[in-house]
Design a binder for this molecule. Structure first.
Ligand code: PMP
Length: 414
């Protein structure tokens, strides 16, 4: 679909939350915090309501109708996710609470197979959820965590440094496909190939990528992939870990409890087959069932069409921002995702910008964005970040820019 053929009005009508106003003045909501979480269309909300009003019963091992329906819905989502990311088997799809839990699972379980002195390579642009779990594992198993730096453009990864950091002790490389601050789209396949050539396994953090580009684990040749439903127009509390079967088979369970066992004795137990070995306890089966609808919604809207629409909003915002003196944009990589991290002059802090925009009904995120090492590399303590999704409009971009012009005046920046 071409960007011009994209019917934003019809699309917006599907999102009840976009009709609300903000603050005492009743400003219409301009939601530009999509990188943190995207909004949810009515069909997904309805699936959650249906889950609670029609089929709520605990999944697996239930003989009664409701339990079987709930189980079927959850397992249908597993197969939907498998198709969505091109995994070989639905048994390689593990439901988690989100990207963070998916990464923690791999860090805790896979790293237990490593030797003291082995290395994990991350990058300086990672979200804390792709740094801290590795640090915890490093402390536990005597491993080292190293990080790939940025190029001088402060936007892209230094791949020469990456090549030299990949050493004989590198066992895991974990990096994001898309930076949640810079919007940079990393060369995933190239980085995966380099890691594999060095004998390391690769975890790709796809939290930001899945809603903006077609993700195919086989095209990327990723060993592990992590993402969250709530950034894909889906429910909160649901995420996915994809893992290559051969690796998941070798890994010990992450948590113990119901669902993940084959046989339990007081002294010892044996584990269920994949994927259940890694799904201890009652999952968010209502959310998982509704996640199916979110994937359907994204695919029927068209991931490429959404990406083209977001890009047109990004270009519109960037060309207007260029006319505002004193605005500093962080993240200049060509082909970046529709994320604009910025500061205005030195007087206005990211927090000031966020507060003032909020008073005008515009929701952006401010602060370190769970990326403190990146903030340090950029030489700032925080930035304001506007990010676009399928339902944002050119008029909202204009409202955002007009609001920035007002802030500009308040701080006498130009
Ligand atoms: N990685 C990236 C790149 C992210 O943007 C986020 C969320 N901001 C996460 C990981 C963590 O996702 P979640 O909080 O859903 O676990």
């Amino acid at each position: 679909m071409r960007a011009e053929a994209y019917d934003t009005d019809a699309l917006r009508a599907q999102f009840p939350i976009l009709r609300r106003t903000v603050g005492e003045a009743g400003a219409p909501l301009v939601y530009l915090d999509n990188t943190a979480t995207s909004q949810t269309p009515g069909c997904v909300v309805q699936a959650i309501v249906d889950g609670y009003t029609r089929t709520k019963a605990n999944v697996h091992r239930g003989v009664h109708t409701l339990s079987q329906e709930a189980t079927d819905a959850m397992e249908a989502t597993r197969r939907r996710v498998q198709r969505f990311i091109g995994a070989e088997s639905h048994e390689e799809i593990i439901f988690t609470r989100g990207t963070t839990e998916a990464i923690n699972l791999v860090a805790a379980s896979y790293c237990s197979l490593l030797q003291p002195g082995d290395e994990i390579l991350v990058t300086v642009m990672e979200h804390h959820s792709n740094i801290v779990p590795w640090q915890l594992a490093a402390e536990r198993y005597g491993l080292k965590v190293k990080a790939v730096p940025l190029n001088d453009d402060l936007s892209t990864l230094d791949l020469d440094a990456y090549a030299s950091l990949l050493g004989p002790r590198t066992r895991v490389v974990a990096f994001t496909a898309v930076s949640n601050v810079l919007g940079t789209v990393n060369p995933v396949r190239r980085m995966v190939d380099m890691a594999h050539a060095a004998g390391a396994v690769v975890l790709v953090d796809a939290a930001q990528a899945v809603a903006h580009e077609r993700v195919d684990v086989r095209a990327w040749d990723a060993d592990f992939l992590a993402f969250s439903s709530h950034k894909m127009y889906g429910p909160t509390g649901v995420g996915v870990l994809y893992g290559r079967r051969g690796l998941l088979d070798r890994m010990p369970p992450y948590q113990g409890g119901g669902e993940m066992i084959a046989h339990v004795d007081i002294e010892s137990s044996t584990w269920a087959d994949l994927p259940f070995k890694f799904e201890a306890g009652t999952p968010d089966f209502v959310g998982i069932a509704a996640f199916h609808k979110a994937i359907d919604w994204m695919e029927s809207t068209g991931i490429e069409a959404i990406a083209a629409h977001e890009e047109s909003l990004l270009l519109r915002a960037e060309s207007e921002l260029a006319t505002l003196p004193g605005v500093r944009i962080f993240g200049r990589a060509p082909g970046k995702c529709a994320i604009i991290s910025f500061l205005m002059g030195t007087e206005a802090s990211a927090y000031d910008i966020g507060m003032l925009l909020d008073q005008m009904g515009i929701a952006v995120r401010t602060g370190h964005h769970c990326a403190q090492p990146l903030m340090r590399a950029l030489g700032v303590s925080g930035v304001a970040r506007a990010s676009f999704a399928a339902y944002n409009t050119p008029a909202e971009v204009d409202a955002f820019i007009a609001a920035l012009r007002r802030i500009h005046k308040i701080f006498r920046l130009g």
